[in-house]
Design a protein around this ligand. Sequence first.
Ligand SMILES: Nc1nc2c(ncn2[C@@H]2O[C@H](COP(=O)(O)OP(=O)(O)OP(=O)(O)O)[C@@H](O)[C@H]2O)c(=O)[nH]1
Ligand SMILES: [Mg+2]
Length: 428
Amino acid sequence: MIDSTVIEVRSGNGGHGMVSFIREALLPRGGPGGGDGGHGGNIVLVADSSINTLTKFHWQPHFIARNGSNGQGHNKNGANGETVEVSVPVGTEVWVWEDSKDKELIGELIHEGDQIIVAQGGRGGWGNAHFVSATHQEPLLAEAGADGEVRRIRLNLKLLADIGLIGMPNAGKSSILTAISAARPKIADYPFTTIEPVLGVVNYRHKSFVAVDIPGLIKGAHQGVGLGDEFLKHIQRTRVLVHVVDGSENNIVERIISINDEISRFDAELSKKPQILVINKFDLDEVSVLASEITESVESVKGLHSKIIFVSAATYAGIDELKHAMSDYLEQKHQEKPAFAVLNNDAVIIKPKVKKPEKIIVRNQNGSWRIVHQKAVRLARGSNLETWEARIQFQHRLEQLKVTKALRDAGIEIGDTVMVGDWEFNWD
Ligand SMILES: Nc1nc2c(ncn2[C@@H]2O[C@H](COP(=O)(O)OP(=O)(O)OP(=O)(O)O)[C@@H](O)[C@H]2O)c(=O)[nH]1
Ligand SMILES: [Mg+2]
């Protein structure tokens, strides 16, 4: 079973650099002191083993990081926007989602603590202190911050079950999975209705986890009778077992022993997993009337860490208590684990690929020229180019950035209009 969802991520814009001068008593302009803008916040996905499904993203599909602040006078740089960390289950694949389909695999979060930067914050713009040169001691230029990114990405998770439902045929395992999740396995009053494992996502309060319903186990299952060994493999990776018993049967104790015997012969580790012993069909009189006798008789055969819960998959009696117990047991299991985030040295950080340099520097739009070069545009957006001094400095930068050459090579003529950001010039 696959869990999948599309989310939208938006990283922060970079703050603008500032034009400012430090004024001292004897110097009218005591040197440039415009601080740099802060970088915009990134959006980072982080693999977290305490999350098992993508359910939470159905309620919160948007993530936005803050912008960097603008630079200030006296060489004060703007603050960076904080990185927004989004926890996702270990095993999540991350795709770029465009035009309602997968465009490209960004990566997969395999280990606890792995990270993928899915939207990179825009760089902060430089303040005027960066633009001092031999010819321009009083730089009037500053850069605007770069824009952040907006992306839609698809998260894709192959579900691994946290909870394994085991029991004899007809005990009501599939009925219980139906009661606790949105899964709809086949249910019928004959044995071996379920012929292959079925997964369901269980939502309980703010948690969600995955349960697997396997076909009924019979004597010899551990050796492959009724394909039992195939199905037992599916519960080896679960953390908690829910052992379902039909409460209306008259040899409940033998049935419990027989199932526990099969699982321990298959793999001794399975007997060490915490078990919730579920006595099903509580709606039937023969179960509800005899509840205390049943409890007494199974007390001695229930596993070491077992809890006994009466439920009815028909009336949903006890179902909430069962979900609560599942969530509780999983929580305990999780706490037993070492803090991987600290211990794991294998964690990988996937960064976005470096974008190719732009090919087009100049573009002819009905007789006028537009500069699309990123650096030049940011410089124009961040500076006040109304004064001739600032324009001279800007033109000087255009030369350094090889924009002027590109214009000449493309055949620009004196008197032509050149546009960059919101500014317009005549070529002279
Ligand atoms: N009265 C009553 N009947 C139930 C309850 N739960 C399940 N049943 C019935 O018991 C029968 C078996 O239910 P399933 O959920 O298919 O049992 P299963 O354990 O998945 O069976 P297999 O897949 O064959 O191993 C069906 O006829 C269900 O309607 C219950 O709480 N009360
Ligand atoms: Mg079934």
